[in-house]
Design a protein around this ligand. Structure first.
Ligand code: PLP
Length: 462
């Protein structure tokens, strides 16, 4: 209950609406009678608030014409506002992890959303299944069987609010608090933060040209309960997990009764050859929990990801989903299901594969021209990010911070490492680099940034 008398509370609500610009000069305010009825208070209470606002010059009573916000509002000193960090900044140049936002078929999507809205019936207004809309789970199972070689039933599919939502569900279902988990080093920063927040003990396992070093994982902690891997394109190095390592990882999980999370977040984007088979498609022991996300394949604002869990885990995941009650919006789930089932999804991916190969080429070429001597781009056959090794002796986080000040959203590779120091480089997204001119401009900014970092380093070490 508010500690303020009722009339003061009403007074404050109007003051706030005026301060924030929701009510401005000349706007009519409700009559005393209707507001009293609306708020279920005595008319005298509203009258007292209105009188105070009139006496301070915020309201003007105009007799029969009612009460309005005064034309010349009194000047009130502006209270300094605490700085609120922005949690959802818009896309920035070279921002990682984004699909090409200009190339998404927005009109088609809008049409599908509209069709879904028209189909709204009483059932679709209800809460919906905690495991996700059945239509989407069926569409996902069909898609995975055809394109990723993953055989599953819709009962094994759990739709969540992106990969982040998936991990929260997993931690609850496997009771991961205090448990140990192999984590690729370097590895996906956001997953790392979330898992640490959930109380999971991360065991860093190095990554080389063949992906996760399974042998090192076993030396470090053979009995870990879980391993999280990005087999198609390791995040952020972009290498694929080799066939031998895949076998070793699956064998380890089978022998130990441990679980492997396959984060298959951008496997479809491979620019040379066919997309690699999903680890899940080779999982005869049923130890792989497969994660997919529509953030790269469609768009990240959709916040749709999903698990395919082994049959033996369906019950545990179902109970956790009931407990957590974290659903995604029905309308968007059903629209995504239509997008998949009507064939738009595979057509879109095909187009994006070509577009990304071209946009990656633009940025690689510009970096080679403008940043040679400073950066060397790693060979990568796929993904939506690009890794450039630093060829000069400036710490990568210094470069990333300076680039940030210059408006570029590149990341320092060392920031993605649990045991920093081994690798130095900058990671960036190329999917929204549209023209050769854009690519050249961005590369020139990066060149200037690194040159400045170098000259500062030479002064401070002189
Ligand atoms: C390695 C990795 N996994 C998963 C995801 C998908 O995350 P979300 O579905 O939460 O957007 C991303 C997105 O950037 C990623 O980079």
């Amino acid at each position: 209950m508010s500690p303020l008398p009722k009339y003061q509370e009403i007074y404050r609500r109007f003051r706030l609406a005026i301060d924030q610009g929701q009510l401005g000069p000349g706007d009519r305010v409700p009559s005393v009678r209707s507001l009293a009825l609306e708020l279920n208070v005595a008319r005298g209470t509203v009258e007292a608030a209105y009188q105070l606002l009139v006496s301070e010059g915020f309201f003007e009573a105009r007799g029969q014409a009612g009460t309005v916000i005064a034309g010349a509002l009194p000047q009130v000193p502006v209270k300094p506002q605490p700085a609120v960090p922005s949690t959802a900044p818009g896309p920035r140049p070279l921002q990682m992890g984004l699909p090409a936002l200009d190339a998404f078929p927005r009109k088609l999507w809008a049409r599908l959303v509209t069709q879904q809205v028209r189909r709204t019936d009483a059932d679709s207004l209800a809460m919906g299944d905690v495991r996700g809309a059945l239509a989407l789970r069926v569409a996902i199972a069909n898609y995975l069987a055809l394109y990723r070689g993953v055989e599953c039933t819709p009962q094994q599919v759990f739709v969540c609010a992106g990969y982040a939502g998936c991990l929260t569900l997993l931690c609850d279902a496997l009771q991961m608090t205090g448990q140990r988990c192999w984590f690729e080093d370097p590895g996906y920063l956001h997953a790392r933060r979330l898992l640490v927040h959930q109380g999971v003990e991360l065991v860093p396992v190095p990554v080389d040209g063949e992906g996760l070093e399974v042998e090192r994982g076993m030396q470090r902690d053979r009995q870990a309960r879980l391993a999280i891997v990005t087999p198609a394109h390791q995040s952020p190095l972009g290498v694929a997990l080799s066939p031998a390592r895949r076998q070793a990882l699956l064998e380890w999980a089978r022998e130990q009764g441990s679980w492997v999370v396959e984060d298959d977040y951008d496997s479809e984007f491979r620019y040379r050859g066919q997309p690699l088979a999903a680890l899940k498609s080779q999982d005869v022991g049923d130890r792989v929990i497969y994660a997919g996300s529509f953030s790269k394949m469609l768009f990240p604002g959709l916040r749709l990801g999903y698990w395919v869990v082994p049959v033996s885990l369906v019950e545990a995941f179902g109970c956790s989903a009931e407990r957590l009650q974290q659903r995604s919006a029905q309308l968007l789930q059903l629209t995504a299901a239509d997008f998949l089932e009507q064939g738009h999804f595979t057509r879109h991916l095909k187009k994006m594969r070509q577009l990304y190969a071209q946009r990656r080429g633009l940025l690689v070429e510009a970096l080679e021209v403008h940043c040679s001597g400073f950066l060397r781009v790693d060979e990568q056959a796929g993904g939506v990010n690009l890794l450039a090794r630093l060829l000069v002796s400036v710490p990568d986080h210094v470069v990333a911070e300076a680039a940030d000040r210059a408006g570029l959203a590149v990341h320092a590779l060392s920031g993605w490492m649990l045991e920093p120091g081994r690798e130095q480089g900058v990671v960036m997204g190329f999917t929204n680099v549209v023209t050769a001119r854009d690519a050249a401009d961005l590369a020139m900014v990066l060149h200037r940034v690194i040159a400045q970092c170098l000259s500062v380093a030479s002064i401070t070490t002189a």
